[in-house]
Design a binder for this molecule. Structure first.
Ligand SMILES: [Fe+2]
Ligand SMILES: [Fe+2]
Length: 177
């Protein structure tokens, strides 16, 4: 028996790939987002007690770095890698959840466009930011974001992960044929 017989079988199966992505980076992004939302809470408390001191500025810089970068990319990844297959699933409940998540992404982006300049002012140490607006807007933003992640983690990601597991099993069984 040739020693590389299984290597041949592996190479024959290698072009197949699951259409849903691995979820580790998406799960890590949620952990990072939740940390940033906690930091938002700390920032608001700090502004109320100390104004724009060094700690408040550092919080603001971290928050801007996340929501302008990895946070926005995370939503784009979900829109392009996770949602399309779920929208095509024919599962009405799941499709409704995904529509809700897409709406949330749009609201969160719009909210961030209003919050971002305020955060830029704080990060720069300027005092023209609007504390009254932040007192109202920040809790709304963080509550929507937390609800959004909860819906993803309790309903949508588990469904997507089950579908990915089925896909991987099918790919493995085709490779065994
Ligand atoms: Fe999302
Ligand atoms: Fe997410």
């Amino acid at each position: 028996m040739p020693r590389n017989i299984f290597a041949h079988r592996a190479s024959r199966s290698s072009p197949a790939a699951a259409s849903l992505p691995g979820f580790e980076p998406l799960d890590r992004a949620h952990a990072a987002a939740l940390e940033m939302l906690d930091q938002f809470d700390r920032l608001l408390a700090r502004l109320q007690s100390h104004g724009t001191d060094d700690l408040a500025r550092q919080h603001a810089m971290s928050i801007i770095g996340f929501f302008d970068g990895p946070g926005r990319q995370h939503h784009a990844d979900e829109e392009s890698l996770v949602f399309p297959q779920l929208l095509a699933s024919g599962d009405e409940q799941l499709v409704a959840h995904v529509h809700r998540l897409q709406e949330d992404h749009a609201w969160l982006e719009q909210d961030w466009r209003e919050l971002g300049p305020q955060l830029e002012a704080i990060a720069g140490g300027y005092n023209w930011y609007d504390l009254d607006m932040l007192r109202v807007a920040l809790p709304l933003f963080t509550a929507l974001y937390r609800e959004h992640i909860e819906l993803e983690e309790t309903q949508v990601y588990p469904a997507a992960k089950r579908r990915r597991a089925v896909e991987l099993e099918a790919i493995a069984s085709r490779a065994m044929e």
